[in-house]
Design a protein around this ligand. Structure first.
Ligand code: G6P
Ligand code: MN
Length: 443
């Protein structure tokens, strides 16, 4: 008889892990996980220990027989895993600070998953994840790889296109958060609310919103345009949308669309933050220090509420719901990053898209959408072009491809400055970009 479920979390020392552990504890009856392996690297050893000790106190307090294993040996952990979740940050927060600060210096948006910052986070991350995909293929070929590592859309694109392991799903907390926020605004129970999501990760639109199966889209668009009712995430400034614009757009943008439709307002805000040493990465660094301080308290045996200040709050619902639906062959609908397979017309069939899927023991199956509305399909296609070129740059280490990816990104506003920024970022991040060795053009 098969033992219980084995989950491996790579980047286990992340400050988010207690939320995942809480999610598994809450679902223990439907999802009896017997082993959770938290894996990290040498530089993350101390964080892993602190988070791992908290995880052990949490399961003990909850009286759930889930073994917590801590290791720096990825291969040891992966053996016979059923699910592998990845949530690491190559180069850690100090690399994110560069991703968010350097573009601003050149007058462009600095953000960890969009623009130049997203490109570099992707190029640092993709080779590591491709290596992990190979190891999974070798050590636990039946396991699902569930990736949270940002930029999740670009990373999923690379894993699907170049990866050795086909059972890959990209996840994000944004669709779940949006559903919760809109349900709250409408004053209805979240279970009654359904949103037809389609697009790409952090570039997803709500094409329709239904309560008990009836569309309430016009009402929601009205609420979205109301400056008193801002729908955003902890990590994105809730600058109000233009009422008329949202109405004429006719679909629900995601909080990240502010970077594209409000570029100058966000840039202005970022310039102010930049001068005061307060980019999101730096705010997060302080939040993380506080969290790790709390985690070390031996009397703490639950996930502290302060974790909800992070933009990724509720990420564990996305992960746990997915794992549970695969395990229980549930057949419910979840918004996931999967191979398009023709669900969204106008995007490559073999590219990653973020779309509603039916989740069974076979994994997620995308629900057919058809064409996206004309007003949004162009931007989505442009971002997909960027992701494909960026994935190729990450895999090949080609300077030309990296320059191309940089320049075609809509948030990179000049080819000249884009090249200067590329050169500076390649240099700053070189330790984590071995594939570009010998290609870095020193200025
Ligand atoms: C959102 C995104 C996550 C991202 C997070 C950043 O929730 O969906 O993918 O990791 O924000 O939050 P942070 O607190 O790190 O700025
Ligand atoms: Mn996300």
């Amino acid at each position: 008889m098969k033992k219980g479920i084995k989950i491996v979390t790579i980047g286990g020392g992340s400050s988010y892990t207690p939320e995942f552990v809480e999610g598994l504890i809450m679902r223990y009856k439907e999802l009896p996980v017997s082993e959770l392996w938290l894996v990290d690297i040498e530089e993350g050893k101390d964080k892993l220990q602190i988070v791992g000790d908290l995880a052990k106190r949490m399961v003990e307090q909850a009286k759930v027989p889930m073994e917590i294993h801590l290791t720096l040996d990825r291969r040891e952990a992966l053996k016979d895993a059923d699910f592998v979740t990845t949530q690491m940050r190559v180069g850690q927060l100090k690399a994110r600070i560069q991703d968010e600060r350097l573009p601003i210096k050149y007058g462009m948006i600095g953000q960890e998953t969009n623009g130049a910052g997203g490109l570099f986070k992707g190029m640092r991350t993709i080779p590591v994840l491709l290596e992990i995909a190979k190891e999974i293929q070798d050590l636990c070929p039946d396991a699902w790889l569930i990736n949270f590592t940002n930029p999740a859309g670009l990373v999923t694109e690379a894993l699907l296109r170049y990866g050795a392991h086909p059972k890959v799903v990209g996840v994000c907390n944004l669709p779940i958060n949006t559903r919760m926020t809109i349900a709250r605004l409408l004053g209805v129970d979240v279970e009654r609310l359904h949103i037809d999501f389609a697009g790409l990760n952090h570039m997803v639109y709500g094409l329709d919103v239904k309560v008990d199966g009836e569309s309430v889209l016009p009402q929601v668009l009205e609420l979205m345009g109301d400056p008193e009712q801002q729908v955003s995430m902890q990590n994105i400034a809730p600058i109000p949308w233009e009422k008329e614009f949202i109405k004429s757009l006719g679909v629900i943008p995601c909080p990240y669309h502010r970077y594209y439709y409000k570029t100058s307002e966000i840039l202005q805000k970022q310039l102010e933050e930049y001068q005061n040493g307060g980019t999101r990465a730096e705010v997060v660094q302080r939040l993380e220090n506080d969290l790790f301080e709390l985690y070390q308290d031996e009397n703490l045996k639950i996930k502290p509420p302060q974790l909800e200040k992070r933009g990724g709050a509720y990420y564990s619902d996305a992960a746990c719901n997915l794992i549970s639906s695969i395990h229980n062959d549930r057949g419910d609908i979840q918004t996931l990053n999967v191979r398009n397979e023709g669900a969204i017309l106008g995007l490559p069939v073999d590219s990653a898209v973020e779309v509603n899927c039916v989740v069974t023991k076979e994994g997620p199956e995308p629900i057919h959408v058809g064409e996206l509305p004309v007003a949004v399909s162009g931007l989505v296609q442009q971002i997909k072009s960027f992701e494909r070129v960026a994935a190729e740059a990450a895999v090949t280490g080609s300077y030309e491809k990296a320059l191309l990816a940089m320049t075609i990104n809509p948030l990179v506003t000049s080819d000249v400055k884009g090249k200067q920024l590329l050169d500076e970022m390649l240099e700053v991040h070189q330790e984590y970009l071995p594939q570009f060795k010998g290609q870095i053009q020193h200025s």
